[in-house]
Design a protein around this ligand. Structure first.
Ligand code: C2E
Ligand code: MG
Ligand code: MG
Length: 433
């Protein structure tokens, strides 16, 4: 180790650090043990230097380095990468332990410090990276550096774990790297035919007659199935939902048209996101779908989440009015989960409420859920609306929902969402009964 002239005894210099990372990472990989790197950048250090001079700045750095070092555990290595940037190498430690160290470091760094007559409150931005099984050994150091910069962009005084850091998305919104990966996969799915719709039957609660099917998007790309809960939010954030939505409307309309032409007309419900309804050309696209597929408008139903109605822009209002004008029924999806305000129901052109699964899951034991379901069905009846209960999985839930007065049911008890050819079989089996 070099004899240091900067008062940072026990700290490796940049070159030594790089050598040490290579050595420790190599050992960790050979032994299949974890290895983490923390990269620490002191926040606003330049301000301290320019306000108090370089000597005071060096003094502050030495004190902060001492605070960091006091947290050392056996096996940890400390290094200075230059200026106000430090690294701590943690052989044998995984991300959870590294996060613990980062939290302790932040506590230690932010203890106030006097410079002359001024009291400063230092803080550090910390990037954490764990060596993965495939990357070149030194990449772990680079990733820790990038994560530290991401922590700085968040305003400092925070830590970011590599892989979760935000980078600018296509619309300038910060997106986590995972989301960018999903975005890439979605583009690929659009180009390679990886998207499909599955259809889940919705049955009348009274006589079990098929009322409609709900189209639910599925995405398979590079032999991976992405769940709607992970890809729909990304598609909404990036604006890709507009293309995905047009595709699902077209695909659903084709099915509705085909079933109608076969003499077994079934309404197909399609989920629509806010971003689609705010697009000025939504109605044009909808009309194009109806015209291209020759589908009667009342065979398509649009499901819109409750939150959309609480905050309606002029575009949304105009588009909704045009949808109703075109003769498509509207349903309020996931009812009861977003907002408790019911005032919006008064002027809404929807004909159906879809009660969220959250109110179904605890039935029949959960009497409070039961009371809510009954209240909603009464209200809907007075408003002339239908109520569909989502997520029905047991016969007891079904009986309870019927007692509460819901008009239709949907859930695994009756059928899972099915690919189109299985839906055809399901329909055939029922018509044969
Ligand atoms: P959603 O519209 O409320 O759809 C119902 C969800 O509940 C579906 O999840 C369905 O598979 C699931 N489900 C149905 N029955 C049961 C049950 O008995 N038990 C349980 N545990 N779950 C049940 P999925 O397919 O994962 O879709 C999740 C959400 O993603 C949908 O919620 C919808 O908001 C959104 N989504 C799906 N496809 C599209 C689409 O094409 N466009 C848009 N904008 N959103 C979509
Ligand atoms: Mg839905
Ligand atoms: Mg729902």
């Amino acid at each position: 180790m070099n004899i240091r002239t900067d008062g940072l005894t026990g700290f490796l210099d940049r070159g030594e650090c790089i050598g040490e990372v290579e050595r420790l990472a190599g050992e960790a990989r050979a032994a299949n043990t974890p290895f983490c790197v923390l990269w620490i950048g002191i926040d606003r250090f330049r301000q301290i230097n320019s306000s108090f001079g370089h000597r005071a700045g060096d003094n502050v750095l030495a004190k902060l380095a001492h605070r960091m070092k006091s947290l050392a555990r056996e096996g940890d290595r400390f290094g200075r990468m230059g200026g106000d940037e430090f690294v701590i190498l943690l052989p044998g430690r995984g991300v959870a332990e590294a996060e613990g160290t980062a939290e302790r470091l932040q506590q230690a760094l932010k203890v106030p410090m006097e410079i002359g007559h001024v009291r400063v409150r230092p803080s550090g931005s910390i990037g954490i990276a764990q060596l993965n099984t495939v990357e070149p050994l030194l990449h772990v150091l680079e990733r820790a550096d990038r994560a530290m910069l991401a922590a700085k962009r968040l305003g400092g005084g925070q830590y970011v774990v590599s892989g979760g850091e935000k980078v600018p998305g296509r619309f300038g919104n910060p997106m986590a790297q995972e989301e960018l990966t999903v975005e890439g996969l979605l583009h690929e799915a659009l180009e390679t035919g990886g998207l499909s719709l599955h259809y889940q039957p919705i049955l009348s609660a009274g006589d079990g007659k098929l009322e409609a099917v709900e189209a639910l998007m599925r995405c398979r790309v590079r032999e991976r199935n992405l769940a709607p809960a992970s890809f729909i939010p990304v598609a909404e954030k990036t604006g890709l939902i507009v293309r995905l939505g047009e595709w699902s409307l077209m695909t659903a309309a084709r099915l509705a048209q085909r079933l109608g032409a076969d003499g077994a007309a079934v309404k197909v419900a399609v989920n629509i996101s806010r971003a689609q309804l705010t697009a000025p050309k939504f109605c044009q696209a909808l009309h194009a779908v109806l015209a291209c597929t020759d589908t009667p408008a009342d065979l398509l139903e649009l499901e819109l989440t409750e939150s959309l109605f609480m905050d309606m822009s002029d575009n949304v209002r105009r588009n909704l009015a045009a949808v109703v004008e075109a003769g498509l029924p509207l349903a309020i999806d996931d009812f009861g989960t977003g907002y408790s305000c019911l005032a919006y129901l008064k002027d809404l052109p929807a004909t159906k409420i879809k009660l969220d699964r959250a109110f179904v899951v605890g039935l029949p034991e959960d009497r409070k859920s039961f009371a809510i379901v009954r209240m909603v069905t009464q209200l809907a009846r007075d408003f002339g609306m239908a109520v569909v209960a989502e997520g029905v999985e047991t016969v007891d839930q079904y009986d309870c929902l019927r007692e509460a007065g819901v008009t239709a049911v949907q859930g695994f008890l009756f059928s899972r969402p099915l690919p189109e050819y299985q839906l055809d079989q399901w329909l055939q089996e029922r018509s044969g009964q």
